[in-house]
Design a protein around this ligand. Structure first.
Ligand SMILES: C[S@@+](CC[C@H](N)C(=O)[O-])C[C@H]1O[C@@H](n2cnc3c(N)ncnc32)[C@H](O)[C@@H]1O
Length: 379
């Protein structure tokens, strides 16, 4: 998918109109996505004194963005491909370019709709909801794979970012590494601590935010995140923190669900029923080597990736749907925001997803959940 920047005329000072345009643009995107033509309005910036509202879209083509704009009943001046990252910087720099063309319009005020701290609080609540521990076992093989491929050695300093109940931290500590794990959900860290104690493993777990790691520069030989950092609110900030705390020559290894895999389908289903908060970037972007390479930036080299999948068995598609609607934060909290009819529709989509991925091996259902491991070396 590419990112597109759309420019709309909005009269000076009409913040309400800009807000309404952003909301209709987002709604039109959700509708088209629901119809099988994925297009998403990611954020908006209103440059009041320049009488322009910029909408940042993600879609396969500019035509789809054009259609979303028309469906939202908006008239636009211009659509262009936004190639730089992070997304808001792209939008902001386009706004700045616009201003450079009109130097008389100095002193412009901007309304930026993405507030990462608000988004982070919302997402922290999502991961604290449900009961993630009840389904955390699904990523044990992913974490083992991640640690195996990195070649952790006894005595290596290792960090597990967004450790949850501690799979990667435990796997690395079993290999004799000196391990730290962090997450922003204390209840999950309590479980991780109990698991480490049960195996007499000495792991330091701390409650912290992946976007502001409480460790010094270059502290670790290996920095890992298994299906974790992909859920940070500010992708660019979280990626820069991974690079900062890795020592020169140290390795960063990140496992993420892919957009085209099972969990990509599950998160897309959630997005069709409940609009993501404004400015939220799709977590499965991290399932692309190119995106992770861009996020990690100039501070790393030798970026490579492997794609694999983890097998999941359930008694039935319905059992899978109910398990995830009860215990998995993103589906649980989406279901809580819907009325009875909406919940039934979300459940039906999850059941259909499980049926579509079923390998038809016989009893129950068996699905392969695809993930991608991207590794990089700190320069
Ligand atoms: C799907 S779980 C994976 C947990 C663990 N790595 C595993 O494989 O079981 C995602 C985890 O990311 C954590 N997380 C997401 N964003 C975070 C952030 N900004 N800071 C710290 N933890 C975060 C959540 O609390 C949750 O524990």
């Amino acid at each position: 998918m590419a990112e597109y920047l759309v420019e709309l005329y909005v009269a000076q000072g009409d913040h309400l109109a800009a807000q309404q345009h952003a909301e209709s643009a987002e709604r039109a995107g959700v509708e088209l996505t629901r119809e099988g033509r994925p297009v998403r309005c990611l954020s908006s910036i209103y440059v009041s004194e320049d009488e322009t509202c910029f909408l940042l879209y993600e879609a396969d083509s500019a035509d789809l963005v054009e259609e979303a704009i028309q469906r939202a009943g908006l008239r636009h001046d211009h659509i262009s491909e936004a190639t730089s990252s992070p997304l808001l910087v792209a939008a902001a720099s386009a706004a700045a370019h616009h201003l450079m063309k009109h130097p008389s319009k100095r002193g412009t005020t901007m309304t930026v709709t993405t507030d990462y701290s608000e988004l982070r609080d919302k997402q922290q609540k999502v991961w604290s909801s449900g009961d993630y521990n009840r389904i955390a076992h699904i990523t044990v093989p992913v974490s083992e794979h991640l640690v195996d491929q990195a070649g952790v050695m006894p005595g290596n300093y290792v960090l597990d970012v967004a450790t949850g109940t501690g799979h990667v931290a435990l796997a690395a500590a079993r290999r004799g590494a000196v391990v730290h794990g962090m997450d922003y959900v204390p209840e999950l860290l309590d479980i991780a601590t109990r698991r480490a104690a049960a195996e007499d493993l000495d792991i330091e777990f701390v409650e912290a935010d992946a976007e502001s790691l409480p460790y010094g520069d270059g502290s670790f030989d290996h920095v890992f995140s298994a299906i974790g950092v992909m859920f940070a609110a500010d992708h660019a900030k979280a990626a820069s923190e991974l690079v900062r705390v890795t020592r020169q020559g140290g390795k960063i290894s990140i496992a993420s669900w892919t957009p085209e895999g099972f969990v990509g389908g599950m998160l897309a289903a959630v997005g069709r029923h409940v609009s993501p908060p404004p400015g939220a970037q799709p977590a499965t972007r991290w399932g692309s080597e190119a995106v992770v390479a861009e996020l990690l930036g100039e501070g790393v080299e030798d970026v490579s990736s492997v794609t694999a999948s983890v097998r999941q068995n359930f008694r039935s598609p319905e059992e899978f749907a109910d398990l995830f609607l009860t215990y998995y934060g993103p589906t649980y909290s989406a279901a809580n925001r819907l009325d009875e009819e909406g919940r039934a529709a979300l459940r039906a989509d999850l059941v259909a997803l499980a049926k579509a991925f079923d390998q038809n091996t016989g009893e129950g259902i068996e699905c392969n959940w695809e993930y991608r491991i991207v590794t990089a070396t700190k320069r």
